[in-house]
Design a protein around this ligand. Structure first.
Ligand SMILES: NC(=O)C1=CN([C@@H]2O[C@H](COP(=O)(O)OP(=O)(O)OC[C@H]3O[C@@H](n4cnc5c(N)ncnc54)[C@H](OP(=O)(O)O)[C@@H]3O)[C@@H](O)[C@H]2O)C=CC1
Ligand SMILES: O=C1OC[C@@H](O)[C@H](O)[C@H]1O
Length: 335
């Protein structure tokens, strides 16, 4: 297998995990790491056996021997970091979200397309064997037509765990950090309504009102085998219901190595050993001369960014740069 020289931008928690995962990725070469400080870059490079270390992101972007840069910085900087790399002629894999507004994502996508460079948002779980097996089963009609998907993902994110999550200037908060994984894109508002209700005392209810569903049999459920971010077993198909005559349920299992649940040694985040599937997929796309990955297209990142803008406008979640980006004010389009 041809090799791919990776450059890692940022030396935080996920950068560590990605470097760790690259060590188990066939064809991956840990070529360079960059930090805002030379000392951090050196320490990171030493820990992971990386050949080159740079004390600025600009130096990494300028390294012509880097095949692709993995951007692992806080959300608020993704746009600038991505544009820096693309501007220097580097392919880019950027952690989620690709950027923090639709306008910013559009800038990144335009820059990549103009320069004919590879760009992908790091939706890592999409490349897990189990996720691919689910998509295949659904595409083959194993559970019939899916008309409803609901996703739920939550963590107890303590400020002490990672302060960036509480920092507006770094685009902290659950929307960008966690919702980015769920990717529920809007389709046909007349057909389905999702409502979230907040009760006195803080309780919340999530309702799905479907006007199009013809019969229960066509409802697709995806259940995870275990309560963890990266399950290895999913059951897809109908909700268990004694009234169902033609239930179609399929169990899809693709164990991780080392297996979940739990933190694999050397990693900061649960399931991060699975980052290697994403790295491998990106490498293959590069070797095929692609500028987008067919399983994680840029149009999808754009659509998700528009959805996030909309959610932010509706819930009044404002970030410091919104005035410049034209992100709608609370209620501006919903009064
Ligand atoms: N796929 C997944 O499941 C996960 C994805 N992520 C994503 O990865 C990205 C980084 O998250 P994570 O590694 O947890 O974050 P960390 O805070 O642990 O690391 C971010 C790194 O970015 C660099 N950085 C640049 N500018 C700043 C700044 N102003 N303040 C703080 N750090 C800065 C720092 O590296 P340096 O000092 O070397 O420049 C820092 O170590 C986010 O986009 C996040 O959503 C995170 C966790 C899991
Ligand atoms: O993407 C993520 O997944 C795991 C979380 O703990 C983390 O904060 C988030 O960035």
């Amino acid at each position: 297998m041809a090799s791919t020289r990776w450059g890692i931008m940022g030396t935080g928690a996920i950068a560590n995990d990605f470097a760790q995962a690259l060590k188990t990725t066939p064809g991956a070469v840990l070529h360079a790491a960059a930090s805002r400080s030379q000392a951090s870059a050196d320490a990171f490079a030493k820990k992971h056996g990386i050949a080159r270390s740079f004390g600025s992101y600009e130096e990494l972007a300028a390294d012509g021997e880097v095949d692709i840069v993995y951007v692992a910085t806080p959300h608020a900087f993704h746009r600038d970091n991505v544009l820096l790399c693309l501007g220097a002629g580097r392919h880019v894999l950027c952690e989620k979200p690709l950027a923090v507004s639709a306008a910013q994502v559009a800038e990144c996508v335009a820059a990549a397309r103009e320069r004919n460079l590879f760009l992908m948002e790091g939706m890592w779980t999409r490349f897990f064997p189990v996720a691919r097996a689910i998509r295949k089963a659904v595409a083959e009609g194993a559970i019939g037509k899916v008309v409803s998907v609901s996703a739920s993902l939550g963590f107890k994110l303590e400020p002490s765990f990672n302060p960036r999550l509480y920092e507006p200037a770094l685009a902290g908060g659950a929307l960008f950090d966690v919702t980015a994984h769920a990717r529920l894109l809007p389709s046909g508002v007349d057909q389905q309504t999702f409502a979230t209700l907040e009760y006195e005392g803080g309780a919340m209810a999530h309702l799905e009102l479907a006007a199009k569903r013809r019969d229960h049999r066509e409802t697709g459920y995806i259940r995870t085998g275990r309560p963890t971010q990266c399950p290895e077993t999913y059951t897809i198909g109908d909700e268990p219901d004694p009234m169902l005559l033609r239930a179609r349920r399929v169990e899809v299992e693709e164990p991780l190595d080392p297996p979940n649940p739990g933190l694999a040694p050397g990693y900061n985040y649960v399931g991060s050993q699975g980052l290697r599937f994403e790295a491998e997929a990106v490498q293959q796309a590069l070797h095929e001369g692609r500028t987008e990955h067919p399983e994680m297209r840029l149009d999808e990142s754009l659509a998700a960014a528009r959805l996030f803008d909309e959610i932010r406008a509706q819930i009044g979640l404002r970030y410091p740069w919104d005035e410049d980006q034209g992100v709608a004010r609370l209620g501006a389009s919903h009064q």
